[in-house]
Design a protein around this ligand. Structure first.
Ligand code: SAH
Ligand code: SF4
Length: 360
């Protein structure tokens, strides 16, 4: 049995665990400091922690559980990491450079069961959820890479937009958020973190009740049920009306802006008609809405979809603006390195599999 990563424990959980195992409360502060401030890789490096406590930690936990399998660097500074988990599964993590800081896109599941028809991640159905420790571990590996560069750079932002549906791995997601946000450790501000969901409405209620400052993004991608069901089969379970009920609950509860992601798929959802319909859908809460238009990254296995022409994206954008809907276009990072979610992983897995086996 692999030992679990200690990164999966929130501060209070670590403290409780140590006390239950006969240690003093203050040990938690010391261990936390070594983990997240000095960022050591082995318990034995925790010099001010007594030998018995180190032995205890070594007996029950590991620090790192991810191994770097591959790294691709883009001309624009984006770095894509392919990590191997202890059980051999592969996941992706992306580091992006923006003028406002360094943002990491993390994976939450091995594969994804939501199966959106345009997405590379959904090509491989979910084999398991990541543990909180494996999600935190991605941030720690990227931070270790930055530490090695010696430029005193810190991960400042996180987007939970890698492989998987974060709200389908809710408890581990919340533990991850608690760990990275902890002011005694990495201290990545909640407002600098965004969680993206395909629209699991019941979890949006739960997330609203947390009253957290973490940003919420919803992958809407279509303004009506016919179209949305065609590209996202999850819309059968959570049609737009249900989603909008959850949105209204979230807005009432938190008064926080929601980002709506909208992939621009050529001749599918990119006409002016859809822009007007989208504006109509969001108009009653447009002061708390932001539409992110995402030019589609083509996926080899989904040849039925192409990226909208840039003029079409511009018209869509201007239509939304004219209708008073705050919006922007997300021109991608790392276009030269398979940076769209799940693309690198799916290509690596394909290379290893005989063509007849599996879904891809
Ligand atoms: N499962 C969550 C989060 C991961 S996907 C969700 O669906 O929201 C993160 C975002 O990337 C989603 O908006 C998703 O629709 C989008 N995406 C997936 N495949 C893409 C592609 N090939 N090109 C551009 N965006 C893509
Ligand atoms: Fe899963 Fe999100 Fe991809 Fe849909 S877009 S298959 S929910 S990762």
């Amino acid at each position: 049995m692999m030992k679990q990563s200690i990164y999966g424990l929130a501060y209070e959980q670590l403290q409780q665990w140590l006390v239950e195992h006969g240690e003093k409360k203050f040990r938690a502060q010391q261990v936390w400091d070594w983990l997240y401030k000095k960022r050591v890789k082995y318990f034995s490096e925790m010099h001010n922690v007594n030998k018995e406590c180190i032995a205890l930690l070594e007996e029950h936990f590991q620090i790192e559980t991810l191994e770097e399998e591959l790294r691709q660097e883009s001309k624009d500074g984006t770095i894509k990491f392919l990590f191997r988990l202890a059980d051999g599964n592969l996941i992706e993590t992306v580091l992006m450079r923006f003028n406002y800081g360094l943002s990491v896109c993390v994976t939450t599941q091995v594969g994804c069961n939501i199966g959106c028809s345009f997405c590379a991640s959904g090509l491989l159905s979910k084999s398991r959820d990541l543990t909180a420790g494996e999600i935190v571990g991605q941030i720690m590996r990227v931070q270790a890479h930055l530490d090695q560069q010696g430029k005193d750079e810190r991960v400042s932002h996180i987007v939970v937009m890698g492989i998987g549906e974060p709200f389908d791995n809710y408890d581990n997601l919340i533990n991850f958020l608690t760990v990275v946000n902890d002011q005694k450790g990495l201290s990545i501000g909640a407002r600098h973190i965004t969680v993206s969901t395909s629209g699991l409405a019941h979890k949006i209620y739960q997330f609203a009740d947390l009253n957290s400052q973490v940003n919420l993004a919803i992958s809407l991608h279509a303004p009506n049920n016919d179209l949305r069901t065609r590209i996202m089969k999850i819309n059968r379970a959570f049609p737009i009306e249900k989603l909008m009920d959850a949105v209204h609950y979230y807005l009432d509860k938190t008064n926080r802006r929601i980002t709506y992601e909208y992939i621009m798929l050529r001749d599918v959802n990119d006409r002016e008609k859809e822009a007007l319909e989208l504006a109509e859908l969001l108009k009653d809460h447009r002061h708390l809405a932001y539409v992110n238009l995402i030019p589609y990254n083509t996926v080899d296995e989904h040849s039925e979809y192409q990226r909208s022409h840039s003029e079409t994206i511009q018209v869509f954008y201007e239509t939304l603006k004219r209708e008073g809907i705050p919006c922007g276009v997300r021109w991608e990072n790392g276009a030269d390195i398979d940076a769209a979610c799940g693309q690198l992983r799916s290509k690596q897995i394909n290379k290893r599999r005989p063509p007849s086996c599996g879904r891809v």
